[in-house]
Design a protein. Structure first.
Lengths: 155, 221
């Protein structure tokens, strides 16, 4: 997005007022292998889900499982924000959920494989605490699937 | 497990300290860049995965080479910013019929659809329109399709989002090169649906029910 100093006062205030986790340290896990030898999955806060899934509600802390074999036509988005134009996502899911690009990387040998599933949470949560439990479940499922690297995408 | 994040708000990432984050200058909703720009998307991914080569962290790096993006506005035009031109058209049902044809063209050309939150097929959207019109006019309207565990205000949002998605995708078929702002000005300033959604939002805002009032925020966006 544009830098904060380029935004309107309303947008700047809204963003700066949003609660975020403030950390003094960051966990550091060195990659166990080059990317070309690692299994990768996507985790997004774009509010994506399959057509047959229940759409997200505002501040919904739950997650949805998106099989990595799912095609773009099977995926919906129930996170609609004042802040973004959904037309781009209507035209190309890869702007927020780059499944086609990652499949290309697997074919090219740049990534070893994709996990069985990708995961989505709702965006713009007003409280981060309720998401800790669901996030731990997702981490466990990713580890059980042998996923070594996760790409996190926002909206 | 190793994580690589794409960041759209640099100030937030500087506080959260994810181990590896790539800040991108694109508008919200486009963390990988613009629709259809495969090379740009691949470049963002390459830069993000380059962070795996860093020996220590946290590392927050800017995507280089896209500074011109900073001139883009942060969010599209909202309904509140758009003045309706003259008397807006009133017949949403007739307008819907026309927009469904454009939407079918959109899908016929291979366009994916984001319609589907209510699970009601577009050919039955006249019922959705009747429901929203009755609600806007003050009745206690409901729809048999609303699942029992979905609150009325959430159902209204899904109905509105499905109709907007059908219109916006249909508009993409009509005017593919239109800017986001021009499309928003068309929806809110020139369509009967835009007027209906504004009326729905006003009814929600005046509700005595706090969850209904809270859900009004963002309905007309």
């Amino acid at each position: 997005m544009p830098r904060l100093d380029r935004l309107s006062q309303v947008q700047r205030t809204m963003l700066l007022a949003r609660p975020v986790e403030v950390n003094r340290t960051a966990p550091w896990t060195p990659p166990p292998a080059p990317l070309a030898a690692m299994r990768l999955a996507l985790v997004t806060t774009a509010g994506l889900h399959l057509l047959e899934d229940r759409p997200f509600a505002r501040d919904d802390p739950s997650f949805r499982v998106i099989p990595s074999s799912a095609g773009p036509s099977e995926i919906r988005q129930s996170h609609s924000s004042l802040a973004f134009d959904r037309r781009s996502m209507m035209q190309d899911l890869n702007v927020v959920f780059p499944v086609d690009r990652l499949r290309e990387m697997v074919k090219e040998g740049a990534v070893a494989s994709l996990g069985r599933s990708h995961y989505s949470f709702m965006g713009a949560l007003s409280d981060v605490d309720p998401i800790r439990g669901p996030a731990a479940i997702v981490a466990d499922e990713l580890l059980a699937d042998g996923v070594q690297t996760v790409l996190l995408t926002p909206t | 497990m190793v994580t690589v994040s794409i960041s759209q708000v640099r100030e937030h990432s500087a506080k959260i300290l994810p181990p590896r984050a790539l800040w991108v200058p694109f508008p919200f909703g486009l963390p990988l860049g613009h629709a259809g720009d495969v090379e740009q998307q691949r470049r963002v991914l390459a830069c993000a995965f380059d962070l795996l080569l860093e020996p220590s962290g946290p590392v927050l790096r800017d995507l280089a080479g896209d500074e011109e993006e900073e001139e883009e506005r942060g969010a599209p035009v909202q309904a509140s910013e758009v003045a309706q031109t003259g008397t807006p058209p009133q017949d949403v049902a007739m307008e819907l019929l026309l927009m469904r044809q454009h939407h079918e063209r959109w899908q016929g050309r291979g366009g994916r659809t984001t319609v589907g939150l209510t699970r009601i097929p577009p050919r039955r959207f006249r019922g959705v329109v009747r429901f929203l019109e009755a609600f806007a006019d003050g009745s206690d309207a409901d729809m048999a399709e609303r699942p029992a565990d979905v609150e009325p205000q959430l159902w209204i949002r899904w109905c509105v989002d499905d109709l907007k998605a059908l219109y916006v995708e249909g508009r993409l078929s009509m005017v593919p090169e239109e800017t986001a702002d021009a499309a928003a000005r068309w929806l809110w300033g020139e369509t009967a649906l835009g007027d209906l959604i504004r009326r729905v939002a006003r009814r929600m805002e005046s509700s005595a029910d706090p969850p209904m009032r809270a859900a009004a925020y963002g309905i007309a966006r």
